[in-house]
Design a protein around this ligand. Structure first.
Ligand code: 5AD
Ligand code: SF4
Length: 458
């Protein structure tokens, strides 16, 4: 479905007249960040100016997440603190989009306790945003009704990235996996892959505009193409086509599912000069028994096998992961299995979470006898193990030269510049404005747990 905006000019006039600004608060994952870039693109195409101070902005758009309970609480806290200002300022508009809006009980809560919200919009429904916005700006007609997940693929949406050299590109929307703890399939709908031409054209355009790195996004990127009926085209083939695009030097993707990590994909990674030597491979649990309860459809051994194959391509490949502790019924023994995988794989980055019960998922009904205290202890234990071996991972890089895309000045030290290696390790080094946006060779000098220090080699 092509994105068309029949209200662009009409809204433009109002925005110009009132000099309206916007501020986007993005919660959650990279998919949401990508959606927020699209909302920025749509709003700027209608004349809205970006405002960095939320208090001064006329339109505040909350792009919400519901993956865990604390993400939900964040929204309600923020809305509560905005109420007074919203009621006293007739040119203050509040828009809520993203995953939370696809849950009926959330919409009910907004309708009863946060009536001052102007617009609620579901996922995959950007095409109706201009109409809703026009109704609010012109007629003060608010709309916070629940709409079912649309399962649409919307193309040609204007997009405005904050970054000048790295951009994310969605390749597949939705998820069919129904991991038992996860709300995503309910709020993002079924898997639908974008047409390869649309993706490749987007990336060619990015390359033309000076972008060097792309991050391909999807809840399950390696399901890409499974829904194509008339062509035989999949994720490894897409990667090979992106590899051919001049100007793009680094390709990343997030997240693949271990159950779909084929040998064909490993072969493509091996032969690629552009695919980053960093793979994000969600583990969730190291216990085969818990993985089964989670409906992950792979075992601990399957996971370790993929890691072994990836490390045989390049022993300097970095593996990052997601781990959930405290899934209903997780015993000490199960947790030890997770720790065992952490010790064996020596992940370079671990996003760790305490299990959070989600309404409507299969795990919601599972008995959970582990105390929160115990869950926190398990989380701390993973952290402890991780921080113990991480310096050794980093030390292996000392003395070697890596290609680094220079992002700009370091936030902590005005005199230094920063960028990431292919392994996604942050490096700081001396440089000048000329190297920003370029790929330079950096020799690693020392490691400091969360970052490395290096020196540009000429
Ligand atoms: N509780 C805790 N963590 C969760 N995740 C997904 N659902 C839940 C939940 N109910 C984590 C998974 C996933 C990451 C994006 O969020 O680890 O990979
Ligand atoms: Fe959620 Fe599993 Fe789909 Fe990932 S693969 S979005 S964890 S259901």
């Amino acid at each position: 479905m092509k994105f068309t905006n029949n209200y662009k000019e009409k809204i433009r006039e109002i925005v110009k007249d009132k000099n309206l600004t916007y501020y986007i608060d993005t919660m959650g994952c990279s998919m949401n960040e990508n959606d927020s870039s699209k909302y920025s693109g749509i709003l700027e195409s209608m004349g809205f100016k970006k405002e960095f101070d939320e208090k001064k902005a006329n339109l505040i758009l909350f792009n919400t997440c519901c993956i865990r309970e604390n993400a939900e609480n964040t929204l309600f806290g923020r809305l509560g603190s905005l109420k007074k200002e919203k009621i006293n300022n007739e040119d203050k508009y509040i828009v809520i989009v993203g995953c939370m809006t696809q849950q009926k009980h959330i919409i009910d809560k907004i309708k009863t306790s946060y009536k001052f919200v102007d617009i609620v919009l579901g996922t995959g429904a950007m095409s109706i945003f201009p109409l809703k916005l026009y109704n609010v700006l012109k007629n003060k007609k608010t709309d916070i009704e629940y709409i079912d997940v649309t399962n649409e693929v919307e193309e040609d949406i204007p997009i405005k990235y904050d970054d000048k050299f790295r951009a994310s590109v969605s390749i597949i929307y939705g998820c069919n996996n129904f991991c038992s703890y996860c709300i995503v399939p309910y709020v993002r709908g079924r898997e639908r892959s974008r047409k390869k031409e649309d993706i490749l054209n987007d990336i060619k355009r990015l390359a033309k505009n000076g972008y060097k790195e792309v991050m391909l996004l999807g809840q399950n990127v390696n399901s890409y193409g499974n829904d194509f009926k008339d062509i035989n085209y999949n994720f490894p083939k897409l990667l090979q086509d992106i590899e051919k695009i001049d100007g793009i030097e680094i390709i990343r993707f997030m997240s693949p599912h271990p159950k779909d990590f084929s040998d064909e994909l490993i072969e493509v990674i091996k032969n690629s000069k552009k695919i980053a030597r960093q793979i994000h491979l969600p583990l969730q649990s190291g216990s085969t028994r818990i993985l089964k309860e989670m409906n992950r459809r792979h075992t601990k051994e399957d996971y370790l096998k993929i890691v072994e194959k990836l490390k045989s391509i390049d022993d300097n490949i970095s593996i990052s992961t997601d781990i959930i502790v405290g899934f209903p019924g997780e015993t000490d023994e199960d947790f030890k299995e997770t720790l065992d995988v952490v010790k064996k794989v020596k992940f370079d980055q671990i996003y760790m979470f305490i299990y959070s019960k989600r309404v409507g998922t299969r795990a919601e009904k599972m008995e959970d006898n582990t105390s929160n205290n115990e869950k926190v202890k398990r989380l701390e234990k993973i952290k402890e193990v991780y921080e113990k071996y991480l310096p050794d991972n980093n030390k292996k890089m000392i003395g070697k030269v890596y290609k680094v895309l220079v992002e700009g000045k370091s936030k902590n030290n005005e005199n230094l510049y920063t960028g990431r290696t292919s392994q996604n390790k942050v490096v700081i080094f001396e440089g000048n404005e000329e190297v920003v946006g370029k790929i330079v060779n950096v020799k690693i000098i020392s490691q400091h747990l969360w970052y490395l220090k290096g020196k540009i080699e000429v």
